[in-house]
Design a protein around this ligand. Structure first.
Ligand SMILES: Cc1ncc(COP(=O)(O)O)c(C=O)c1O
Length: 349
């Protein structure tokens, strides 16, 4: 399919001369480094952090490329996926002129980022069972619709989008299609990264914050064509991923067994939580989950939410969110945490 990225890009970004950092201009490892105004004596901490990190995270991308079966040139790393979301707006959406299509109920940052960047949001609700409405999405779009955000598995509904709907939109939506796969590790759905070479308008987001258990390190991934990745790299802050994050994740990702084991444990706990909730007569609905949380419908959800806080159990109140009336979003915890939650829920309901 044809997708002319250059006509799509904001003109001033196309012309932008990016900042070149000291570590861009000289990439060798050996020598006396007097180029970046660092502290030559080390750090005030036990571990040294005095040198600026690799701005393009080459070593880390080499390992991620192996795990994700993509080329290093197809990877962008951000300070969480949230950084990638913001950069996409800044690269492609002219404030006050362009728009993006969002599919509520969905992850809140797409809209917040649009508002920060003064970009119009057009909303096309999911169906009652949280599926996409492809024809309505296309009807809502016009020549200024730059990005369509599809979250699958979706937050907060936990389900996955039908693959054929996403493929239909990839073929027919004229702008960039972002498939946010933050929760893909908890699903049996294969990643859309396998489609990158077929669709130049596809960008897939994933994160180390969920299955990998590294939310605090802030590392999000975006996979797309080389041209799109080049644009994101051009406009990102020079050292957006700390050296600590790069080194820690690099050391951790070689142990793929560990993350697989953690995912299995979370899925087991999800089954446990689901089966225990099914036994409770006041639970009206547990939405099928492809994520590490359950969306659960309970009468007077907001009151239940408040009462759970009194019991020192904190879940996410989604009761005011479109199509999620009287729903709480419950992250799958450890067995001990899930039992505390279930006990508190039985007490307050
Ligand atoms: C769908 C979705 N995308 C992205 C994110 C943010 O991920 P990160 O921690 O990488 O910024 C979240 C966080 O909850 C999410 O639910």
């Amino acid at each position: 399919m044809s997708f002319d990225l250059n006509s799509f890009l904001r003109p001033h970004i196309a012309k932008l001369q990016p900042y070149t950092s000291a570590r861009d201009e000289y990439t060798g490892k050996e020598g006396v480094f007097l180029d970046a105004n660092e502290n030559p004596f080390g750090s005030i901490t036990e571990q040294d952090f005095n040198r600026y990190p690799d701005p393009y995270q080459s070593a880390l991308k080499t390992e991620i490329a192996k795990i994700k079966a993509v080329r290093t040139s197809q990877i962008f790393l951000g300070n969480g996926s949230d950084e990638a979301i913001d950069l996409l707006y800044r690269a492609f959406c002219n404030p006050g002129k362009d728009n993006v299509i969002l599919l509520p109920p969905t992850y809140g940052m797409y809209e917040v980022s649009a508002n920060i960047n003064d970009v119009e949001v057009r909303k096309v609700a999911l169906t009652e069972d949280f599926q996409l409405q492809p024809e309505k999405i296309l009807a809502a779009a016009d020549a200024n619709s730059k990005i369509l955000f599809i979250c699958s598995p979706n937050n907060p509904s936990a389900n996955k989008a039908k693959r054929e709907d996403v493929l239909f939109l990839l073929k027919n939506f004229k702008g960039l299609v972002v498939v946010d796969e933050a929760y893909i590790d908890f699903s049996d759905e294969p990643s859309f990264t396998a489609e990158l070479d077929n669709f130049p308008n596809l960008l897939v987001m994933q994160t180390f914050s969920k299955a990998w258990g590294l939310a605090s390190l802030r590392l999000g991934m975006a996979f797309a064509s080389e041209e799109i990745i080049r644009i994101l790299n051009k406009i990102k802050p020079p050292y957006n991923i700390s050296g600590l994050t790069q080194d820690t994740v690099l050391a951790a990702i070689t142990d793929k067994n560990k993350v697989d084991q953690m995912i299995r444990e979370i899925l087991d706990e999800r089954d446990f939580l689901q089966s225990e909730l099914e036994k409770l007569s006041f639970v009206q609905k547990i939405h099928p989950s492809h994520a590490n949380f359950l969306l659960v419908k309970i009468p007077n959800a907001t009151q239940v939410y408040d009462d759970l806080i009194e019991e020192k159990v904190i879940v996410r109140n989604r009761a005011k969110v479109l199509l999620c009336e009287d729903c709480l979003r419950i992250t799958v915890g450890t067995r001990a945490e899930n039992e505390v939650f279930l006990k508190a829920l039985k007490k307050v309901c």
